[in-house]
Design a protein. Structure first.
Length: 373
């Protein structure tokens, strides 16, 4: 299957130019059907067959295996969550915090990478420090300057504001040399390009399937580096029968690794849909997907002058940030012309998210419409 063949199976793309994948990726029919069939089996057949809990656990296992393959991890390193925000909060709730701790983030983080630390700052007295960036670029010297004080770094692999790639492996090396943990918000990366969490070396990677992977809402996942719970005391704030080795034991024991971050009963449908989405994208090839995204974003950037283009001119991702006079009005104007994208709170701009399932006609329509904004 090619990207354009998969496009034909996505009902939301049948009219208009959808350029908002960085916010939410509409699912192909087979993804929705996989979620539906899993739910139907769970509710119609499993109760009098293998049982609803075994059926759900089989779906959870399939979901972890699919995510592990996507990330270059093992299934034991994957916890199933609802979203990136959910995953980050599970990490934030698993460590003991006090006023001696320092969390470092960049000024490029999404609210998912801001709010959990603000709460710890308010409730536990944690010192939250913000690294300033320039046009989506992070200076590693600034990372080195604060690393000795840091307990944990929270950074995005790919910035939602500029579409730039941050130097994750280099940052991880600096942080680990100083004894700090690293949590990566990777939600903008899976589905755009191949990813190998082992190359990054991060301790935690949180992401979700409902953007570039074109999976359902609710299909989040969290990578936890193998053996980390032995190096650090990781005690999640929430506990349930999926968190422990034996749910009815006299004394509970948390599961090893990522599994301790799962809690209890959850619908198997979202992650069944995610597994189907991953399978189809891998059949196309993530390298091929990235190449097509590059071709289309180059076409878009080629139609923008240097003052308009706030993202790097050279390809880094399918996220393209564009300067306009009134972003909110521009988004409404483009929507009236059948072009869907979003405005950003900072920089004050609009952002197009170009996937491999877009077309040259989508890009050209946006460029033509921008002339009237």
């Amino acid at each position: 299957m090619t990207p354009l063949e998969l496009r034909e199976t996505i009902p939301a793309l049948e009219s208009g130019a959808y350029l908002n994948w960085g916010a939410g990726g509409p699912s192909p029919r087979h993804v929705v059907e996989a979620a539906e069939s899993t739910l139907e089996h769970h509710e119609y057949d499993a109760p009098t067959a293998e049982g609803q809990y075994p059926a759900a656990f089989d779906a959870y296992d399939d979901g972890r295996e699919a995510v592990a393959g996507l990330l270059g991890a093992t299934p034991a390193e994957i916890a199933l969550t609802e979203s990136t925000t959910d995953g980050i909060n599970r990490v934030a709730g698993a460590l003991e915090w006090d006023e001696t701790d320092v969390v470092v983030r960049t000024d490029l983080e999404h609210s998912a990478g801001i709010l959990p630390w603000q709460r710890l700052e308010r409730e536990r007295g944690v010192d939250v420090r913000v690294l300033e960036t320039e046009r989506g670029r992070l200076d590693l010297e600034a990372v080195k300057a604060v690393a000795d004080d840091a307990t944990l770094f929270c950074v995005s692999s790919l910035t939602w504001t500029h579409g730039t790639r941050l130097p994750i492996s280099e940052l991880v090396e600096i942080a680990h040399d100083a004894g700090a943990l690293v949590l990566v918000d990777a939600v903008q990366t899976p589905g755009q390009r191949p990813i190998d969490v082992k190359e990054w070396g991060a301790d935690f990677v949180a992401a979700a399937g409902h953007k570039w992977l074109a999976g359902p809402f609710g299909s989040g996942f969290l990578y936890v580096r193998e053996g980390l719970e032995c190096e650090r005391a990781l005690v999640p704030a929430a506990i349930g029968y999926r968190s422990v080795t034996a749910e009815n034991a006299a004394e509970y024991e948390l599961e090893a690794g990522a599994r301790r971050f799962e809690v209890a009963t959850a619908s198997p449908a979202p992650h069944a849909g995610l597994a189907a989405a991953i399978e189809r994208l891998e059949s196309i090839g993530l390298a091929a997907i990235e190449t097509r995204i590059e071709t289309l974003t180059d076409r878009l950037k080629g139609g923008l002058d240097d003052e308009q283009l706030l993202s790097p001119r050279e390809f880094e991702s399918g996220l393209v940030t564009i300067d306009v006079d009134d972003p909110e009005t521009a988004v409404e104007h483009l929507s009236e012309r059948g072009i869907v994208l979003r405005s950003l709170p900072g920089p004050d701009a609009i952002r197009a998210s170009v996937h491999a399932f877009n077309t040259r006609e989508d890009v050209d329509a946006l460029l033509e419409a921008l002339r009237t904004v």
